[in-house]
Design a protein around this ligand. Structure first.
Ligand code: FAD
Length: 446
């Protein structure tokens, strides 16, 4: 039995390793078109900022480590097409400039996602980047190293990657402007929480332009200006952080079903509609356990978990991926921003009966040194008290409390159940009334 894997960053390597452990006789060959395999793309902003000294630190496992486990993983090898009827893939070796055919019994698609490139004049100018791969990270790092301190970077897009990179550029001595076409940053949280991110950026000297759309770029070889609906911005470097779309063209070309978002449809065993073909990670849609609907939420922890589940099934075992509740966290300078479940805006958009409570309380005992406000917003169904979601903004460690709500969402928990939880207390960690309990009690009494 032979498994071929397409894509070698997160979901692919996780599946190969698990499948091989479950079935040591399985022959495994993985192809990755980029030059790096098995790495944490999530760490790239922190390499650009200088917090992490080198890109090498992001590599989880090398081809040699995979080979020691009996897994062949080939960087710089791109799968060009799949002949499903004959169970073969056609591969281009970018190193030797040769093509060859590889047969398979099982196929795993872990082709991930691609950053969105707007169709704008001047896009081909130098020093305009997107950030997805190690190669992108290296190119941005080289460009930043070559810029004088005080040069201006423009980040287009105010999602979490844009804001992490805005912070990285500030740490590297650049002046930074974030341009966002919506009236708020961080599209995955509600306005009140997003506004805290805006204040935090501005507190660190980042200019934030909301409701501004980029219309093009100008320069002589290299970008010099970003053209927006609100005028021109001087720019020595531009990062486009406009979201991603699933890399599903190859899969669709041989009959794998995709959904309106373009992502691949899979069942809870991570099987596609084609027998023997599995898919995981940023190329698939997930089942959202709170809304009960399909959702496209491309995240690294999900890709790794799905890889594990697909690996067990490919290896001959039986495992299920139940879905997600939409938990995510990111950092903007000194603050963390966390979300799980549905935002109030999502809930209203879906026509659900939803109410919310927003509180602010010290993250540790108010008399303890360093106490910092933690904002907690709970979204719930007023008739039943069922929790629908939560968002938090506060000190980086403090917002990890979101996991308590995520666990409750997995069990369709209520405000009352949250209010009854026995949460840890000592002055350096929390007030005697943890902010989560304060929020639950406020919601219950409203
Ligand atoms: P990818 O990482 O996209 O890997 C897919 C690979 O498939 C690509 O390398 C591609 O070259 C390869 N490929 C595609 N087509 C072919 C082909 N035809 N032949 C061969 N190879 C092919 N997630 C979080 O949960 N938390 C975070 O804090 C976080 N931060 C992030 C920060 C940044 C800057 C970025 C870019 C991402 C971040 N993510 C984060 C998202 C996370 O990195 C992704 O969810 C994860 O990498 C998805 O893994 P994947 O294996 O599905 O896809």
């Amino acid at each position: 039995m032979k498994l071929v894997v397409i894509g070698g960053v997160a979901g692919g390597p996780s599946a190969t390793a698990k499948a091989k452990r479950v079935n040591p006789d399985l022959e495994v060959v993985a192809f990755e078109k980029g030059g790096f395999i098995s790495y944490a793309a999530c760490g790239l902003p922190y390499v650009v900022s200088g917090d992490i000294p080198s890109l090498d630190a992001l590599v989880a496992r090398t081809p040699k480590q995979f080979a020691d486990q009996g897994i062949t993983i080939k960087p710089r090898h791109e799968v060009l097409n799949v002949d499903y009827a004959n169970r073969q893939v056609r591969v281009f070796n970018h190193l030797g400039h040769t093509e060859f055919t590889e047969s398979f019994d099982r196929l795993l698609i872990a082709t991930g996602a691609t950053p969105t490139h707007p169709n704008l004049p001047g896009l081909a100018l130098g020093n305009i980047f997107t950030l997805r791969s190690m190669e992108d990270g290296r190119a941005i790092l080289e460009a930043v190293n070559a810029l004088p301190s005080g040069a201006r970077a423009v980040v287009v897009g105010g999602g979490y990657i844009g804001l992490e990179m805005a912070e990285a550029f500030v740490k590297r001595g650049l002046r930074v402007t974030v341009v966002e076409q919506l009236p708020r940053l961080l599209g995955n949280v509600d306005r009140e929480i997003a506004d805290i991110a805006k204040n935090e950026l501005e507190r660190h000297g980042v200019e934030v332009l909301l409701e501004s759309r980029v219309t093009g770029f100008s320069g002589d070889g290299r970008v010099e200006k970003v053209l927006t609906t609100h005028g021109e911005l001087e720019a020595s470097l531009v990062l486009l952080a406009l979201g991603v779309h699933p890399n599903s063209k190859l899969a669709a070309s041989f009959g794998v079903d995709t959904l309106p978002t373009g992502a691949i449809a899979v069942n809870d065993r991570l099987e596609t509609n084609l027998e023997g073909v599995y898919a995981v990670g940023d190329v698939v849609e997930v089942h959202h356990l709170v809304s009960g609907r399909h959702a496209y939420i491309p995240l690294g922890d999900t890709a790794n978990k799905q890889g594990r589940v697909a690996g067990v099934n490919i290896g001959g075992g039986s495992a299920h991926f139940p879905g997600v509740v939409g938990t995510a966290v990111s950092k903007v300078f000194d603050l963390g921003f966390a979300v799980t479940g549905l935002t109030e805006l999502d809930a209203v958009y879906m026509g659900l009966e939803a109410r919310s409570t927003l509180i602010q309380a010290p993250d540790v005992a108010s008399y303890y040194p360093g106490a910092t406000p933690l904002s907690v917003k709970l979204v719930y169904e007023p008739s039943s008290g069922r929790l629908l979601g939560a968002q938090m903004a506060g000190r980086v460690g403090a917002v990890k409390r979101i996991d308590v709500i995520a666990a409750l969402l997995h069990r369709r928990g209520t405000l009352e159940e949250l209010s009854d939880l026995d949460l840890a207390y000592a002055p350096p960690f929390s007030a005697v009334w943890d902010p989560l309990l304060i929020a639950a009690n406020q919601a219950l009494s409203s």
